[in-house]
Design a binder for this molecule. Sequence first.
Ligand code: SAH
Ligand code: SF4
Ligand code: F3S
Length: 453
Amino acid sequence: MQGHHRKYLLQTFGCQMNVHDSEIIAGILEKEGYVPARDPEEADLILFNTCCVRENPERKVYGRVGDLKRLKEKKPDLIIGICGCMVQQEGELEKIKEQLPHVDLVFGTHNIHRLPELLHQVEAGIKHAYEVWDEEREERDGLVEGLPVKREGDLKAWVTIMYGCDNFCSYCIVPYVRGRERSRPFEEIIAEVTELGREGYKEVTLLGQNVNAYGKGLPEKVDFADLLAALDRIPGIERIRYTTSHPRDFSSKLIKTIAASRKVCEHFHLPLQAGSDKILRKMNRGYTSRRYLDLVAEIREHVPGSSITTDLIVGFPGETEEDFQATLDMIRKVEFDSAFTFIYSPRRGTAAARMPDQVPEDEKRDRIYRLIEVQNEISLRKNEALKGRVVEVLVEGESETNPALLQGRTRTNKLVLFAGDRDALYGKLVDVRVTEPQTWVLKGELASGGEPV
Ligand code: SAH
Ligand code: SF4
Ligand code: F3S
C-alpha cells in the first residue's frame, strides 16, 4: 500500500525511566516510518513498555495483551510487542511464549536500540522476534547515545544521568531488571541539557535510580553535586529536578550545592520506605530513622521553604503493628508534603520474597488505609500554611481536570490551578497567590496582574 503509514500504539507502565524509554522507542518507531495511532483498531503495532516493581502493573499487562488475541485473529498482520522491565525477569520469556503466544516482538531494557532489526524480522515473517539481554553489551557505551527521541512536551524534558542500580534493597526487583549501576559521561549530559536549553525547554528532570551516586566509575572525578553546579549555568533552563535520590547517599556537599544554586528546585524526594529501624535494616536501606531525621533537619536548615516528599511501603515481611506505628511516627515527625504509599509486593528472586513472616493481605490493606489517612491530613495542613502566599509557577497549559483553568507547578513540585490566558502565559514563570489550598492541589490567582516574572 503506497503512502500508507504504519501506525503504532505505545502504552507505558512504571516510573519516569520507562516514560523516557518510551520517548526513545517512539523516536525509533517514527524514524522507521511509523506514525501514532489513535486506538488499537487502527494500529499496526501495539507495544507495551512494562513495569514489574509490583505485581499489579504486571497483571494488567498480561490481561491487556491477552485481550488483544481476538483483535489479532481479525487482523493477523497486527504486530503485538512487549518490552521494558517485566521481560527482563528470569523465566519471563518462557511464560510469555506459553501464556501469550500471539506476542510477536519482545525486547528488554538493554536492547531498545535493536528495535528496528527486530521489527524487520517480524515483518519478514519470523514468528517470535524475542531478544532480551542480561546486561548491556560492551560494544555500546551508553543506552541513549545516538538514539532518536520523541519528547512528550516542549517545556519539560527527562534526561538520563545513570542506568541501573546496585543497591539491592531486599524488596526491590529493579537491580535485576535494569542491570548494574553506570553513570553517563558528564560531557554528554551537559551537551544534552545545553541543546534542550537552546530548543526552548525550561525544565529538566535528571533520571536515575540513585542519582546521588552519580559519578562512581567514571574516569573523571565528578559527583552529583558537581553535575548540578555545572547544569545550573546552562542558559534557557529555569528549573532542574532529579529523581530518585537515596537518603543514605545525600551528602552535606550536595545540600550546600543545592542551596547555592539558582535553578535546582527546593524539592527533595527522599524515599523513607519504613520508620522502624528493624525493618529498614531488613530492607537493606543503609540508614536509620535517626539519620533520616538529621538529614531532613540539615535540608530544612540550608534550603528554607523546601518541600520533602517520600515513598513508603507497608507490610514488609516481619512488620509488626509496632513497626508500622514507627512509620506513622516518622511521617508525623517529618511532616512530608506528600507521599507515595505502597503495599509490599513480593518479587520473584528478591531476598525479601524468601523472608519468613509475610504479612497477610488484609493486614497490609488495613495499614495502608491508616497510613494514607494520616498523611493526607499532613499534606492538607502543609498546603493550608501556604494560603495567601505567592508562589512561582511554570505554566504548563490547561488543567487536565478543568480546561477553564491553567495548571503548573511550584518549584516545590506542588500542582497549582489558576485562571489565565494560555497563549500569553504558556511556558512562562508567573507569580500566583494561593487562595484555596487543598490536599492535592493549590488553587490560586495570578498575582501582580499576571505579568510574567
Ligand atoms: N530507586 C528508587 C525507587 C524505585 S521503585 C528509590 O530507591 O527510591 C519506586 C518505589 O516503589 C520504591 O521507592 C518503593 O517504595 C516501591 N517499591 C519497590 N519495590 C516494591 C515492592 N516489592 N513492593 C512494594 N513497593 C515497592
Ligand atoms: Fe530499588 Fe533500592 Fe535500587 Fe531504589 S535504590 S531501585 S528501591 S534497589
Ligand atoms: Fe518499574 Fe522498571 Fe521503573 S520495574 S519502577 S519501570 S525501573
